[in-house]
Write a protein that binds this ligand. Structure first.
Ligand SMILES: [Zn+2]
Length: 550
C-alpha cells in the first residue's frame, strides 16, 4: 500500500513539473563543446552563464555518444530524435550517393531553395569542407528518417506549439527544428540569417527587418581582440603555434583582423570568432520576441546551436588561446540569453537543456610536440592500399569512392569476379588495418568478425544500409583521416575526446546535482518528452534520465 501511494505521489510530482509549468523548452547545443573544456575554464566563468546551469541544474559529467562518426549533423540529429544514425539516417556530414554516383551534403534539397534576403546576391568564400561538397543551394529536413522531439510536440498540442531552430550552421538549425518546425541559419555569403522554401514563402517581417540592419557588416575592418589581460588566460602561451591555420590574413595570433567590406571571407571570419555567437543571440532575441515564444500555457520549443567554438577549434585547435577566449565570450553570451529569457518568458517557466554535438581532438602536431606521436593519413594512400588488396583478389580499382570515414567499393566488379563480398571486404579491411595510423578498418558486412572490440558497436550504430559505405576506417587516437587544410583540427572519431559532451538540465523542480554515471545523448529527447508528460520521439532508443524526473 505504501508503495502504491508512493507511486501516486511521484506521478503527482511529475505532473506538477510538467506542461503547466513549462512554457518554453530552450535546447542549447554548443557545437564542438568537449565536456572537459567547461571544467578547464570553470574558474573564469561569471555567475549567470554556464555557471547558472552548472550550479542550478542536473549535470551529467559522463555523457558519451555511442556512434562512431562524431560529426555535426550526426550529433544534432541524435539529440533531436533520441536515436542512432543507423535509424535517423544522418550517418555523416557527407556521404556517397550510390545511385547518383556522387557525394551528397546531408540536408541539401534542390526543391527547397534558400530564400534570398537581398536583391543583389553575393557569395562568400566557403571554407566548411562539408558545405563545399553540396551540389545545390537548397536545404530542408526531408532526408531525416524519423521524427524529432519537436515533431512529437507539434502533434501532441495539435500544432499549437511554436517550434524553431536557429544556428550559425544550416545543418544544426534544420536538424533540431525537425520537419514540423522552422529553421534559420547564418549565411557566410552575407551575414544574414536565412531560411528555405521548405519553411516559408517569404521572410517574416521581423526577420527581414533584422537582416535589413546589416549587423554583421558593421564588423568589417575591425578586430577580434582580447577583452581581458592576456595573463588572465590559462592558455596565454598557446596563441602562436605553427600548426594553427592562418586563414588568408586572419592570422594565428590576437588580434585577429576581420576583412574590409566586400572581402569574400569577412562573414566566415566572423563565424570563426565570438561575433558569430553574438549575432546568433541577437537574431534569437528578435525571434523569441516577435514570435512570442513561451507566452502561454502551450509549451514552445526553441533550439539554439552555437557554432563559434567548433569553428575556432577547427582553425586553432581545442587547446588554443582562441578556444579559451571564444568559450569565455560564449559564457557572457549565455548570461545575456538567460537574462533575456527571464525577462520575456521567466526562467521559472523555462526548461533549459545544454549539450554538445561532439567533442574535438587536439592536433596530431601538438600531441607529437608533447611526446605522443600522431599524424595525418593521406586519403590517396588509403585508397591505394585498398586497391592493392583488391588487385591481389584479381579486381582492378576496387574502390569506388572514399570520403572519411567510409570506403565504398565497386559492387558490380566484385559480383563480376564471382567473389564473396563479405570475404572481399574483410580482406581489404585487414590490409587497411595494417597501415600506420589506422586502428581498425571494419567491414560493414562482416561486423561480427570484430565482436570483441567495443568500437564495433559504435560502427554498427552508425550503419545505414544505403548511405553508409562498405568499410569504416577508424584512425588511431589523435590521428586524422585528412592531411590538407584549410582547417587544422578535426572531430569525427569514435574516441572519447570526440564522444564526451556535457548534458545539463535546468528548470523548476529539477535538482542541482552532479551525476557521474554513464549516460548518452540519445537520452536527452526522451527526458524532455517525459518532463512534458509526452511519449518519447517515435524511434528513440534512449531512456528518460531518472535524476531529472525525480
Ligand atoms: Zn559540430
Amino acid at each position: 500500500m505504501w508503495l502504491g501511494s508512493s507511486v501516486i505521489g511521484n506521478v503527482a510530482v511529475a505532473e506538477e513539473k510538467s506542461s503547466q509549468d513549462i512554457r518554453l523548452v530552450l535546447q542549447i547545443t554548443v557545437d564542438g563543446l568537449r565536456a572537459d573544456l567547461l571544467n578547464r575554464y570553470a574558474n573564469s566563468f561569471g555567475k549567470h552563464g554556464f555557471r547558472y546551469l552548472m550550479q542550478n541544474g542536473t549535470v551529467y559529467t559522463n555523457a558519451q555518444y555511442q556512434h562512431a562518426n562524431t560529426e555535426t549533423i550526426v550529433g544534432h540529429t541524435t539529440l533531436a530524435t533520441g536515436t542512432f544514425p543507423a535509424q535517423h539516417g544522418m550517418i555523416g556530414n557527407v556521404w556517397f550517393d550510390r545511385d547518383a554516383g556522387e557525394l551528397a551534403y546531408n540536408i541539401e534539397d534542390a526543391d527547397s531553395p534558400i530564400l534570398p534576403t537581398r536583391e543583389q546576391s553575393s557569395s562568400g568564400e566557403q571554407v566548411d569542407p562539408a558545405q563545399k561538397l553540396a551540389r545545390t543551394k537548397g536545404r530542408s529536413p526531408s532526408v531525416f528518417l524519423v521524427p524529432t522531439f519537436g515533431d512529437g510536440l507539434a502533434a501532441y498540442y495539435g500544432g499549437r506549439s511554436k517550434i524553431f531552430g536557429v544556428s550559425g550552421k544550416d545543418r544544426s538549425a534544420v536538424a533540431m527544428a525537425g520537419k514540423t518546425g522552422k529553421a534559420f541559419w547564418y549565411s557566410t555569403d552575407n551575414g544574414d540569417f536565412v531560411t528555405s522554401r521548405y519553411y516559408y514563402d517569404d521572410y517574416p517581417d521581423w526577420a527581414s527587418s533584422w537582416n535589413g540592419q546589416r549587423k554583421a557588416e558593421k564588423y568589417a575592418d575591425s578586430e577580434w581582440v582580447l577583452l581581458s589581460d592576456k595573463s588572465s588566460y590559462l592558455l596565454a602561451g598557446q596563441d602562436d603555434r605553427p600548426y594553427e591555420t592562418d586563414l588568408k590574413g586572419y592570422g594565428r595570433t590576437f588580434p585577429h583582423r576581420f576583412g574590409e567590406a566586400g572581402n569574400k571571407l569577412l562573414f566566415t571570419q566572423l563565424a570563426v570568432s565570438p561575433v558569430g555567437d553574438e549575432l546568433l543571440l541577437d537574431f534569437s532575441k528578435a525571434l523569441i520576441k516577435n514570435e512570442q515564444l513561451g507566452q502561454d500555457a502551450i509549451p514552445d520549443y526553441f533550439s539554439i546551436s552555437f557554432s563559434a567554438v567548433d569553428a575556432v577549434n577547427h582553425f586553432f585547435g581545442p587547446s588554443s588561446l582562441e578556444n579559451e577566449v571564444v568559450i569565455r565570450r560564449l559564457d557572457d553570451t549565455l548570461a545575456e540569453l538567460f537574462k533575456f529569457i527571464d525577462a520575456t518568458v521567466g526562467l521559472k517557466h523555462s526548461l533549459i537543456i545544454l549539450s554538445g554535438d561532439h567533442g574535438m581532438a587536439d592536433m596530431p602536431e601538438y600531441m607529437t610536440e608533447l611526446g605522443y606521436a600522431a599524424g595525418r593519413l593521406v586519403p590517396e594512400e588509403i585508397v591505394e592500399k585498398a586497391n592493392q588488396a583488391g588487385q591481389e583478389l584479381g579486381i582492378d580499382e576496387i574502390v569506388r569512392f572514399f570520403y572519411r570515414p567510409y570506403i565504398y567499393l565497386h559492387d558490380e566488379k566484385i559480383a563480376g569476379a564471382k567473389l564473396d563480398p563479405v570475404k572481399v571486404e574483410q580482406t581489404i579491411a585487414d590490409a587497411l588495418t595494417d597501415l600506420d595510423g589506422i586502428n581498425l578498418a571494419v567491414s560493414t558486412r562482416n561486423m561480427g568478425a570484430g565482436k570483441s572490440n567495443p568500437l564495433i558497436e559504435q560502427v554498427r550504430n552508425n550503419q545505414h544500409v544505403s548511405r553508409s559505405g562498405d568499410i569504416y576506417i577508424i584512425q588511431e587516437p589523435y590521428w586524422f583521416l585528412f592531411d590538407e587544410g584549410p582547417i587544422a583540427a578535426m572531430h569525427g572519431s569514435p574516441w572519447r575526446y570526440d564522444t564526451h559532451v556535457p548534458i545539463i538540465f535546468t528548470g523548476q523542480g529539477i535538482d542541482a546535482q552532479q551525476i557521474h554515471r554513464l549516460v548518452h545523448p540519445v537520452d536527452v529527447a526522451p527526458t524532455i518528452a517525459a518532463l512534458l508528460g509526452m511519449t518519447a520521439p517515435a524511434a528513440a532508443n534512449g531512456l528518460p534520465l531518472p535524476e531529472v524526473l525525480q
